[in-house]
Design a protein around this ligand. Sequence first.
Ligand SMILES: Nc1ncnc2c1ncn2[C@@H]1O[C@H](COP(=O)(O)OP(=O)(O)OP(=O)(O)O)[C@@H](O)[C@H]1O
Length: 360
Amino acid sequence: MSIDAKFSLVKGDFKLDVELTLPGRGVSAVFGPSGCGKTTLLRLIAGLERCQHGYLKVGDRVWQDGNDYIPPHKRAIGYVFQEASLFSHLDVKGNLEYGVKRVPIAERRVSIDQGIELLGIGHLLNRKADQLSGGEKQRVAIARALAVSPKILLMDEPLSALDLALKREIMPYLESLHGELDIPVIYVSHSPDEVARLADHLVLLDRGRVRADGPIASMLTRLDLPLAYGDDAAAVIDACVTEHDDHYGVSYLEFAGGQFTVARNSLPIGQAVRLRIVARDVSLTLEQQTGTSILNIFAATVAEIISDEQPEVVVRLMAGGVPLLSRITRKSAAQLNLECGQMVFAQIKSVALLSDDKKH
Ligand SMILES: Nc1ncnc2c1ncn2[C@@H]1O[C@H](COP(=O)(O)OP(=O)(O)OP(=O)(O)O)[C@@H](O)[C@H]1O
């Protein structure tokens, strides 16, 4: 299954012109600066905004083309907004049941109980919406969006109204959504951290147009896109927990290019995890160093170098087919005589484990 969309819309001075095919699984993040059209794109998919010659196909169903236009209330969509819009006169249970009633029994694929379990809200069922914290409200809003058994879950910056502590509280629940449910999520965000944690696929919007889209690991490391530059430029790597070593207090995580050693975590063996490796934490050597305290060193090939006469250069590396970024000084690059195709060793100073183990 995939989601095929083609929309063209003018709103005052703003023009949106988008043609996209999104995967029918996992989280597709729509990322871009304020005003680039992220919310407009989501509203077009939901049918809340209508353009004349649009096209939208979700799986094998056409929701919009030259002849047909399925109105928003007949689209199987879950929509989560920045601020949870719960019915204040209903308790949590009532809020969850509200949308389910209009879903025909044959089309119910997510039960209310499943949503309650996934979002960890079982203890809140009898509370009224105004007796919930901001984070709890948003978890209920997500469970309610799931309860209608949507064909797509649309999330418009669902964490942006929450403070850092609440963001951290909700993140593990969002992370578990794509592991445990077979519902594609389209997630609007302008937070690089959220995108790195959650997205499988990334759409980069720029002034109403798709500048690029593709799998997250390759999008973050494309040197022709702005994501690879700046202080927080980073690669993400999907790995798997293989061993815990209590003697040294470390855990081992395997990926296609080797094995990471990280601080001991409580994740089960076999658990899939995502790592974030910031470009400036990756240094390069021509020979494998032995007299070093750095534990994570991987053989890699230089795939691309961008220097632009800046004091620093950005290097895209491939380690076992997995892209990594390294930002080093132009002087270091010259001293190493770096060129494409060359074998190097990437020394990784710091690894962030993005998957939160709070839920385990
Ligand atoms: N009713 C309107 N009339 C004219 N222009 C509008 C209208 N609504 C939105 N716009 C413009 O359309 C553009 C896209 O808006 P949209 O809300 O989709 O952007 P966004 O990427 O979601 O922004 P943000 O990240 O700030 O939420 C903006 O430049 C906005 O000013």
